[in-house]
Design a protein around this ligand. Sequence first.
Ligand code: PMP
Length: 449
Amino acid sequence: MRLEALDKAHLWHPFTQMQGWQATRPLIIERAEGCYLYDLEGRRYLDGVSSLWVTTHGHRTPELDAAIRHQLDKVAHTTLLGLTHPPAIELAARLVQLAPSGLTRVFYSDSGSTAVEVAIKMAFQYWRQRSDPRPRKTKFIHLRESYHGDTVGAVSVGGIALFHDLYRPLLFETLTVPEPHCYRCPLKLERPGCGMACAEELGRILSEHADEIAAVIIEPVMMGAAGMLAQPDGYVRRVRELCTAYDVLLICDEVATGFGRTGWMFACEAEGVAPDLLCVAKGLTGGYLPLAATLTTEAIYAAFLGEAGEFKTFFHGHTYTGNPLACAVALANLDLFEQNRTLDHVRTVANHLALRLEELRTLPLVGDIRQRGLMVGIELVADRAARTPFPPDQLMGYRVTNRCRDYGVILRPLGNVVVLMPPLAISTAQIDELADVLKTVIPEVAQSL
Ligand code: PMP
């Protein structure tokens, strides 16, 4: 087929082992509607991962389509370097209104990775430029298994060996702390007797190194790309307390968890936490166009104001930063959160999903199921009692998600973890469809071993 041949001849796919890609038939998606994707032959698939964790109200949502068309009649793109425009202004004000308290300034970029780059550069520059400068505070602390994006700065604060180790010689040095992951505790401890030792390890490092630390970066409540690692209650709150106590900035990366994914507008709200820098992207435009933002406080912004004649510019800004079409659709997306009471909907369907996931817990291969709202990881294990992981070359996650396609469900795994990140607008009937397929497929795959 012509498109397949051209794809294989020219298209280099992201995060993809191209040898494997060349050997298989690509699924070519031509159109979408609501929570479903359709291939060239018209076959329908439930979009179980929101087209890489971005879709909120569904594909081809009339209000979102209209917002883009309406903006197209005005201007498709103009810059924020030296000019400004209504959608960027309105959206910044709306984000400030929605964000945890104290976040009053919005800096746009184009992807989750760049939202993180911005936070890192801002934190670094803040300590040098504030009225009482602390130029020794240049280092960053991150969780060992973290993922914050694929650009060089974001990779520096990442920890997943497969994605990061190769690039280490290119990266800046960081300090790391064990991730809060109770199913496979890196400290080999158990809740609740552990006293959340992983957080106290952060406290220990801060007590020794706070003078050199610019910021701590975490993905609050649930680490996504790390394998859907759900954090114990109180963890984010404790990290906030420690950062405040040691005068270190807290960066919350809510690229995956933001915009309703966990049942809260932002996941850190579940713990009553406001970070100093908040990174958002993915769901911001409802899954329509690339747009990201880094929100921050007046205190940090003030360090970039300076006195008359001083140059304290933040040297960052991409050509398409704050694109008007993307800002316009983001505004319409946020309107729909209110009109459709999307957060209430997410909580309701997430409760239904939790009940259906209970049925999967007893299936062969299922070691652990971790859920926060509509963000789920089903970890497949070789031995449930011993929690033995499958070796990576067995591609267990892929075996399950590939088989799901035959039943009309699109999923994408993270190693041995089957990820469920459906559009926020998913109905209970569609959740049943998703759960029923997994209930069929997981035992089938177990049988085939
Ligand atoms: N941070 C987190 C928590 C993410 O999940 C991702 C993407 N999966 C990123 C950053 C990077 O976002 P992007 O792919 O848009 O650059």
